[in-house]
Design a protein around this ligand. Structure first.
Ligand SMILES: Cc1cc2nc3c(=O)[nH]c(=O)nc-3n(C[C@H](O)[C@H](O)[C@H](O)COP(=O)(O)OP(=O)(O)OC[C@H]3O[C@@H](n4cnc5c(N)ncnc54)[C@H](O)[C@@H]3O)c2cc1C
Length: 378
């Protein structure tokens, strides 16, 4: 992009080179084995590509959502499984950035500049995903502590987390107004981390259940005030949906590149398959979706960085980029024909990896619910 500042161009280049030289070569191995990419995360951290949103006075770079989208598109281009493992920190850090006290920020965010640590956003439960207000985990006040009980499900990075952002009910009878956000040290007694889930795509990203049994959370780990948790958890999405959407654009871009080069080389009926309108129109649509997705991602990121409410654009960007990424990856498999269905070629992995983009951080249906709600509220 030509309208990037020199610093933004440098960040984009750094992320691209990291994706090309470190992420891509190892991606098939981590997909096949599901092995956690610890070494890649360490290298990303050493290059300053993790925790870029942590404020400067907490030892971070204090960069905006827009810079995050530049970086996440590149790493998503490399491998969205590794990108999810690497960038999931943002989702748990943002509630602390937007609602934490200065002391909480220093204590819980400051440590990310000292070591390649991880933190996880623990909201979803076995019985409540899209319907966040339906969570059952409780944190009931007992003296100067909150006693936490309940189970979380599908928590990215849980097996490696230093701490969790946990949404729990401090007033179980007050619906979403009874929900409160906490920073929970992963070492507290009573926390049990489940086994790594064996997922269809993004296989090296670590997703697990987390159980809390009489976990005593110190009162100074409460974010904001009691009853503000739902608002904080939803506000975090305004920052992080553009980031997830950017990784989806990166995946789509990768699938498009593979499809273009394959269509130029593969011969049928006496010439390259790119000569067939059925193939070239499919590829034209793939390229258009990548560009349109990126524009929405940048719009949604620039809105929030300018201090404006971006809920509508963040939902649009996430919905469009996720659905497009699934369509593009599916079409890339089609362009590859039988080879597309085979693990020797790169596109079947992209198709498997793409699917979760339409599910996590709010499904594509939920994004549409949000878009409609925002439009009708005007
Ligand atoms: C790999 C992976 C990583 C994840 N990481 C995290 C994480 O780090 N932290 C975390 O808290 N959660 C995480 N999640 C959970 C994820 O956000 C939820 O799975 C997602 O929000 C959907 O919730 P659900 O699975 O309960 O589906 P459900 O809510 O049961 O939805 C089932 C279907 O019904 C549809 N639906 C539901 N409500 C409506 C509605 N009102 N209108 C129209 N359609 C509707 C959905 O779109 C979906 O198609 C992760 C999930 C996965 C699979």
């Amino acid at each position: 992009m030509s309208d990037l500042s020199p610093e933004q161009k440098d960040l984009q280049k750094l992320a691209f080179e990291f994706a090309r030289d470190v992420v891509r070569p190892k991606a098939p191995h981590h997909d096949e084995t599901g092995e956690w990419p610890a070494d890649i995360l360490k290298q990303g951290w050493e290059r300053g590509l993790m925790n870029i949103h942590v404020p400067e006075d907490c030892g971070g770079l204090g960069l905006g959502t827009f810079e995050g989208t530049l970086m996440d598109e590149e790493i998503g281009w490399g491998c969205t499984g590794i990108a999810t493992a690497m960038t999931a920190n943002s989702l748990a850090q943002v509630p602390v950035i937007v609602a934490g006290s200065d002391a909480q920020k220093k204590k819980w965010l400051g440590r990310f500049s000292e070591a390649p640590l991880l933190c996880s956003y623990a909201v979803t439960e076995p019985g409540a995903g899209s319907d966040v207000a339906g969570i059952k985990t409780t944190a009931l006040k007992k003296g100067d502590k909150y006693l936490c009980n309940g189970s979380k499900m599908w928590i990215t990075g849980a097996g490696h987390a230093d701490w969790f952002f946990v949404l729990a009910k401090t007033d179980p009878n007050a619906g979403h107004k009874g929900m409160t956000g906490f920073i929970v040290d992963a070492k507290l007694p009573g926390i049990t981390i489940g086994k790594k889930e064996n997922n269809m795509g993004q296989r090296c990203s670590d997703t697990r259940g987390v159980t809390f049994e009489d976990v005593e959370i110190p009162a100074d780990c409460l974010l904001g005030n009691e009853g503000e948790g739902f608002k904080i958890a939803m506000r975090a999405f305004d920052h992080t949906r553009p980031l997830v959407a950017a990784a989806a654009v990166g995946l789509g871009r990768a699938a498009l590149e593979h499809a273009v080069s394959y269509a130029k080389e593969r011969k049928a009926f006496g010439g390259p398959i790119s000569q067939f309108q059925g193939i070239s129109f499919m590829i034209s649509d793939m390229a258009t979706k990548v560009e349109a997705g990126r524009l929405l991602v940048h719009k949604s990121a620039r809105e929030i960085d300018a201090g404006r409410r971006n809920t509508l654009y963040a939902a649009m960007a996430k919905r469009f980029a996720a659905d497009s990424c699934m369509e593009i990856a599916t079409d890339a498999v089609q362009v590859f024909g039988g080879n597309g269905f085979n693990k020797e070629y790169p596109v079947e992995k992209l198709m498997r990896d793409a699917k979760i983009m339409q599910i996590y951080e709010g499904t594509s249906q939920i994004q549409r619910v949000i878009i409609a709600r925002e439009l009708f509220a005007k």
